[in-house]
Design a protein around this ligand. Sequence first.
Ligand code: HEM
Length: 458
Amino acid sequence: MEQEAASRELPGPTGWALLRTLALFLHGDLLSPFERLFDSFGPVFRLQLPLGHDLVMLAHPDAVEHVLRSKQENYVKGSVYDGARLLLGNGLVTSEGSYWQSQRALANPAFRPSKLEQYLVAMTDCTRQLVSSWERGAGPGKIDAQEAMTRLTMAIVGRTLFGLDLDQQSDRAREGFDTALSAIGRRGPANLQVPLWLPTPGNLRFRKALRDLDTIVYDIIGDFRSGQAEGADQTLLGAYLTARNPDSGEGMSDQQLRDEVITLYLAGHETTASLLTWALYWLGRRPDIAEQVTAEIDAEIPSDSPSMEELKKLPHTSRFINEILRLYPPAWTIARNAVEEDRVLGYRIPAGAIVMLSPYLAHRWGQVWPDPSRFDPDRFAPDVARDRHPFAYFPFSLGSRICIGMQFSLMEARLVLALILRRFRVQGLSGPEVRCVAAGTLRPDRPIRIELVRRRGG
Ligand code: HEM
């Protein structure tokens, strides 16, 4: 397909349709305009942004494979990540080239299976604390799922990667990340906003959030240095602090440390919290699936301290989690800049274009996913999944920049669901379906309040 002689021009809106789409973006809503364009033009389209920026959306598996694997050297995290860099600096998500390679090599050992097994103890501890607090409550009542899951996943990152209890900071950090992520989201992929130094109300809020987060992150590093971390030399932060550049012999600067810590703090909690929030929601909406998952957990998880081996024996729970990540991939888009002009599926990709790969759209393409909006974990049964294109499903991205925390978060999600469902059932949720909005990650458009009903005693 890619060998066609002449390049086709990418389809996309023009004239009034283009202006209407841009006006919707200015409203801050990125998801629904992209969904409309996807419905009109299919999985490959182009959008001309103001100031000559070209945006190309690719949600076709062949195109995803092209960008993330076959021709990955042409697609970089260039200026399209400038908005994220305001928050994350030059950490593992935003850096590139040889610097990224050496930082990734430094972080990789912290995500090996033997380390995950160690983290399981802290993960279990944090989750048990939450579940016991619900048990002690006078009937847990309604819980804001996003808030509860964010608090939990933040605590887990603190204990596992930094060896610290971050409970005290968690409200301030949550507020800071929320403000910063929505400010970055509003800037959009072309980072189209007034410069950060201009004192607009939005900029002032964003700058305050960045200052607050910096204080939190430097406190984390300070607490760690002053010996407050548990098992310090076993943590990722410990590895960063002792790392030396093989050529210069120098350690990481405070700024480098800050960028890596804030990156892991954010990437390590926000996405998994989103996954767990939607999981609780669907357990309430689909009692049949909840029953199947709970029965599997009852059969395979005999105690409140499951082992890695036991957590691996949960095929229905894993399919359920995969289906959540199909419909609600927390990183709903993965963006790159095209370095040189290229051709994908016969279409011309201009040099410098912003190329967006959207798991959210790709996972809803009817040609790959029959009846795409139906919630159906059995799409991931081995005999159904076998013939699917290997780049059709990519909630954690694929290729060399695949998420470093993929196994960490999948283990965490199985564990958290197991420990909750051993004690509680999610009360049925009816009413209109909650929709999602793109706010940094994919979030519910209104709070998801769930009611947990006690299953059995301690
Ligand atoms: C459901 C959970 C998660 C999802 C859906 C997710 C998704 C992603 C995606 C799509 C990327 C690629 C971004 C890009 O290339 O533009 C990524 C990268 C990354 N993720 Fe995750 N992530 C999750 C959990 C985690 C966790 C738990 C951690 C850390 C503990 C983490 C740390 C990172 C880091 C550091 C990168 C950058 C990796 C690199 O480029 O070397 N993520 N993640």
